[in-house]
Structures are given as structure tokens and as C-alpha cells.
Ligand binder design. Structure first.
Ligand code: ACO
Length: 431
């Protein structure tokens, strides 16, 4: 974070305050208000953090107006086209692309950590079979801190590193176990010979009774979904992980908090909500009814998979995901699927409708990822767990960055109090 000589001046009650203006490497300047309360006795007000930077970070950059997403400076389109998920994990965690030896070592470390403690399966068995896999994941990932005591000391950089590798490696295993449990099939152990994405597909779709061969196109599509979701700077779940971590909570507890936040339909839960909406619409002729509902503020209905807090131009991840969706549907020979027809027509109408154009509401990444995952055979309840697997590396990279920062403080927002002023307690007989 480079300080500039630029300052902003605030005038309040006849007094002026000089506020330093900080400059990042790219992106808008940031007015530093850290001393404002001490000097002027006022807070700033920004619910939803629409204008507030809560941290500096060197991991991910988004330009929402241009529709640009960079991981450590590399454009997402280039990574999605030329890289693979574990290389992106390395990049996010350590800041640079690995050489061959570094990549091989990282892959080996992740692969050797994919099994979970055998005792953990009893945890799964404690849940109802119809539990949402996200509910199971919040519980089981939180419980990792009860199983891996040797990587919970956050003051030890080596333990932080081991916790990071463990979570990247074990999240697919945990998500697949949650799925297998929900469909009443035996858990499938990880296989070291498979790729990260291939192993996940195998753990979800293999059964002991017959061999499962991972289809390379589906494996590539899954790897891409993972790359595109790997990080997205200070979104709600990442900020949750940082806030939980700022109190010194152990990394497994912090990631469990991130998973809980991701679950909401305004965030990672949107991919499930979007597919359910497409099913509810059902046929192309009903789209105008739903478009009208989305425009009507009183209906409380929103087109799921449309809009984004930061992207006010096409979500660059959505462009790549759309290509992947076409590839997967082609491979699987799905052309006349009614769900897909509804999705395509909805996209066409929304992109040409004045309401959506003027509010800059474009299809987001979740609009297309749901279509791919449905075609692969995942139930909608697994969509958000797959997002959680993919985002784990982003959460843990951001958490590590925060913990390593010597100026890090506990996160503690302030408030504008609008409740009762001081009043005296009345005995129940006189109320
Ligand atoms: N359908 C209809 N109208 C919408 C939609 C939508 N999907 N999204 C936003 N709007 C409208 C709002 O009603 C609002 O209108 P107004 O200005 O007349 O009041 C305007 O667009 C701006 O919306 P906000 O809610 O202020 O935008 P915000 O940045 O807070 O919300 C969000 C972004 C939560 C993503 C929103 O667009 C939404 O709810 N989308 C649907 C859920 C979704 O797809 N979420 C996934 C996000 S991507 C991700 O997590 C990977």
C-alpha cells in the first residue's frame, strides 16, 4: 500500500480534517479514515460496504466496469484457457506461477492429504439423510479443528501452511461424502492417480459395484468451474473468513464460517436457486411472466443468476462458463433439454430488456455453472458445495495474507444507533 501526498479534506462543524489518500497498484484511490473517529468524533456510515475497503490485498483484482478479473495479475480468461485448478491454487497461495518442480511438489502435497480421518465418517452418520450437503459441510469442516490439532496454532507459519493444504485437499472428499451420504451410497475413498477434478467426480459418481471412468471433457469442465470460482477478492464469504480469523479463531473454524455465508441465495446459493427457478419457469412461454415479476418491486422476486454487486458489465467468468456449458452439452448430446431452452431464451430476453440493460444486470457465473452441473448429473443441492470446494483456496489465501500482516487487528465495525435513549427500568406491575 503506497501512501500518496494527496489528501482529502473533510469540513465538519467549522473544523477541517485532512485525510490521507492511499493508492493501490490499480483501482480507485482509497481515503484513509482510520484516525477520523479519534480526531473528529464521527464514524462513517456504509452498510453493505459499498464504498469501504476493509483491507489491502495483493491477491485478486476486479474492475467491475470493464468486466476484468485478475488472479495475482493474470487475467481469468488466460488462466481458464491455459492453466489448471491446482496451478491456480499455487498462484493464489504463493503469489507466483510455479516452475515444474514446485508444481510437482505442490500436487504431491495436496494429493497426499485427500483422505480424511476415518473417525470423521461417524460425524456424517449423525446427520439426517436429507440434510442439505452445505449443512453437513459447515458441521464437518468446523469439526476438522477437533481432528487436526497439529495445524490449529495460527502463530506458527508451518501449521498455517499445513492447514491450507489440508483444506484444499480434503474439501472435495468431505463434499463427496456429504453427497454419498445423502443418496445412501457407500463413501468412495480418494484415488491418488486421478487429477483433483477427476478424483472429485470419481468420489461422487463411482460405486463399488462397477468401474467409473472419468470423462476427460467433464473433468476439464469441472476443473474450469473450480478455477473460475477460486477467488473473488473481498466478497461476503471471504470477508466472513477474514472477520472470523481476525479474532484469532483457528483456520478450520474460519473456513466453516465462510461456507455458512456462501450458502445464502444472494451469494453461492444462487446457482442452486437459479436452476430451481429455471425448473419452476418450466417452458419458454412462461418467461415473460417471470420477467414481469422480476421488474415488480412488490413481488420480492429476482431473476436468480442475474446481477452482481461488482460487475456492472458482463461477468468475465460467465463468458468462459458459457463456452464450457456449450462444450459439455454438446458432448452429452443435450440439445433439446427444456431447461436449457428456458435458460437460453431467458438470457436473450433479459439482455435485450430495458430494465435489465439500464440496471446493468447481466447473467453471472452461477447462471451457467448450474446448467453444466445439472448436465453432469449433480443434484441442485450439490451446486453450492462445489462452489465451496473451489473457493476454499481463495478463503485460505486471504486468511493467510491477513494473519501474516503484522498490522492486522480484530475486525470490529461501528454503528449508527437508532434505538431508545437511556431510560429507567419499571417493575412489571407498573408497565
Ligand atoms: N433481478 C431483478 N432485479 C434485480 C436483480 C435481479 N437478479 N438484481 C438486482 N436487481 C435490481 C434491484 O431491484 C435494484 O433495483 P433499484 O435500483 O430499482 O432498487 C437494482 O437492480 C440494484 O440491485 P441491488 O440489490 O442494489 O444490487 P446489489 O449489488 O446489492 O446486489 C446481487 C447484487 C445480490 C447479486 C443481486 O443482483 C441479486 O440478488 N442477484 C440475484 C442473486 C444472484 O444471482 N447472486 C449471485 C451473485 S454472484 C456470486 O455470488 C458468485
Amino acid at each position: 500500500m503506497a501512501d500518496t501526498t494527496k489528501t482529502a479534506t473533510l469540513t465538519l462543524d467549522g473544523k477541517t480534517y485532512e485525510l490521507p489518500v492511499l493508492k493501490g497498484t490499480i483501482g480507485p484511490d482509497v481515503i484513509d479514515i482510520r484516525k477520523l473517529y479519534g480526531e473528529a468524533d464521527v464514524f462513517t456510515y456504509d452498510p453493505g460496504f459499498t464504498s469501504t475497503a476493509a483491507t489491502d490485498s495483493a491477491i485478486t483484482y476486479i474492475d467491475g466496469d470493464k468486466g476484468e478479473l485478475l488472479y495475482r495479475g493474470y487475467p481469468i480468461e488466460q488462466l481458464a484457457d491455459q492453466s489448471h485448478y491446482l496451478e491456480v491454487c499455487y498462484l493464489l497461495l504463493y503469489g507466483e506461477l510455479p516452475d515444474k518442480a514446485q508444481m510437482a511438489d505442490f500436487e504431491m502435497r495436496v494429493t497426499k492429504h485427500t483422505m480424511v480421518h476415518e473417525q470423521m465418517q461417524y460425524f456424517f452418520r449423525g446427520f439426517r439423510r436429507d440434510a442439505h450437503p452445505m449443512a453437513t459441510m459447515v458441521g464437518v469442516v468446523g469439526a476438522m479443528s477437533a481432528f487436526y490439532h497439529d495445524s490449529t496454532d495460527i502463530s506458527d507459519p508451518w501449521q498455517r501452511e499445513v492447514a491450507a493444504i489440508r483444506m484444499i485437499a480434503k474439501l472435495p472428499t468431505i463434499a463427496a461424502m456429504a453427497y454419498k451420504y445423502s443418496v445412501g451410497q457407500p463413501f468412495v475413498y480418494p484415488k491418488n492417480a486421478l487429477s483433483y477434478a477427476g478424483n472429485f467426480l470419481n468420489m461422487c459418481f463411482a460405486v463399488p459395484a462397477e468401474d467409473y471412468v472419468v470423462n476427460p471433457i467433464l473433468e476439464k469442465a469441472m476443473d474450469r468451474i473450480m478455477m473460475l470460482h477460486a477467488d473473488h477478492e473481498q466478497n461476503a464469504s471471504t470477508s466472513t473468513v477474514r472477520l472470523a480469523g481476525s479474532s484469532g479463531a483457528n483456520p478450520f473454524a474460519c473456513i466453516a464460517a465462510g461456507i455458512a455465508c456462501l450458502w445464502g441465495p444472494a451469494h453461492g446459493g444462487a446457482n442452486q436457486a437459479c436452476l430451481e427457478m429455471l425448473k419452476e419457469i418450466g417452458t419458454v412461454d412462461r418467461i415473460p411472466e417471470y420477467i414481469a415479476k422480476a421488474k415488480d418491486k412488490n413481488s420480492g422476486f429476482r431473476l436468480m443468476g442475474f446481477g452482481h454487486r461488482v460487475y456492472k458489465n458482463f461477468d468475465p467468468r460467465a463468458k468462459v462458463m458459457k463456452e464450457s456449458a456449450d462444450e459439455v452439452l454438446d458432448l452429452l448430446g443435450i440439445h433439446n433439454n427444456p431447461l436449457l431452452q428456458v435458460a437460453k431464451e431467458l438470457e436473450r430476453i433479459a439482455l435485450s430488456d430495458e430494465y435489465f440493460i439500464s440496471k446493468k444486470l447481466y447473467p453471472n457465473v452461477d447462471f451457467y455453472s448450474g446448467i453444466i452441473l445439472e448436465a453432469m448429473g449433480f443434484p441442485t443441492s450439490m451446486f453450492t458445495p462445489i462452489f465451496a470446494i473451489s473457493r476454499t483456496v481463495g478463503w485460505i489465501s486471504q486468511w493467510k495474507e491477513m494473519i501474516a500482516d503484522p498490522t492486522q487487528k480484530i475486525g470490529r465495525p461501528r454503528q449508527l444507533y437508532i434505538g431508545q435513549t437511556r431510560r429507567d427500568y419499571q417493575d412489571v406491575t407498573s408497565r
